[in-house]
Write a protein of this length. Sequence first.
Length: 368
Amino acid sequence: MADVILKNVYKIYEGGNTAVQDVNLEIKDREFVVLVGPSGCGKSTTLRMIAGLEEISKGELFIDGKQVNDVSPKDRDIAMVFQNYALYPHMTVFENMAFGLKLRKFPKEEIKKRVTDAAKILNLEEYLERKPKALSGGQRQRVAVGRAIVRKPKVFLFDEPLSNLDAKLRVQMRTEISRLHQRLEATMVYVTHDQVEAMTMGDKIVVMKDGIVQQIDAPLNLYNYPVNKFVAGFIGSPAMNFIKGKLSPDSNMVFTSAKGNLSLPLPENYNQKLGEYKGREVWLGIRPEDITDSVQNREGHQFSAVETVLEVIEPMGNEIFLYFTIEDVQFTARIPSRIKPSLNVKTILHFDLSKCHFFSCDNEKTLL
């Protein structure tokens, strides 16, 4: 396996449209890195530049210590798994998995061994003589992964491989790909727009927006310490709640929303952290799970009670999502399903102020 390094990489199309801007990224040997972001953020373009399917406009790309800007895709020793599987319909599973090896003139015995070994790993042994039309979506995706495995490449690239599968199968397949990474000890780069996939699969996550890398970090660091409002809102499901307001200028710091309908006395340690922003407008962010119906057994936290009226209740099984509005801003709370809340009735919810995030109104960067 190998490391992958991108240095100041740009992708600029004709007409000056910049799809990817100044990407600097180091993917270590055997690391599982996920590129995540909304549609059009440049994540697939970045992956295709690593694969050699897109030319790099500026910057340098290294695979296993070798600069490969001008190296053709077939000579980069990478294998790519596509969103649409890209299987040959007239070939059997065995033939699809063996196709790349046949092109490279591998001996028949070696081909058979590699395909058989990959089929065992992916539980495809009984399907080797079937054609793709006789397989389910999940089985076809495993064949596409198997075709990559038999190559024994330096780097595996995945371009939204699970987006065509139903919800249950997606969960199953992402677990299988994670196990595969551990078993093969391979370098893997994975593109998705699904932040749940990113959080559960990646050793390291690269969050992108408008062709620019916003933050590179471990999943829990992204969740707990987002560098800006975009990352905070993109990572986490349901998304973080945001409301604009002002920090009081005096020593007992209070956050007051724009219309004054939400007033939150902040913990003392925020005086030091946010001192220079006293009297200024800021964004306050709080995650749905940090808005609770009860403060029992939560020592060390500081809560503020908020009276509201619930507009929508979504039972999710072991938890309930509550939707309510403050100053035309919709909030979501995530609480255990031990209680039965009522619609259109005044309800007391508690904001965990020790878990609040604050962002600049000027550049939306975190203030903590």
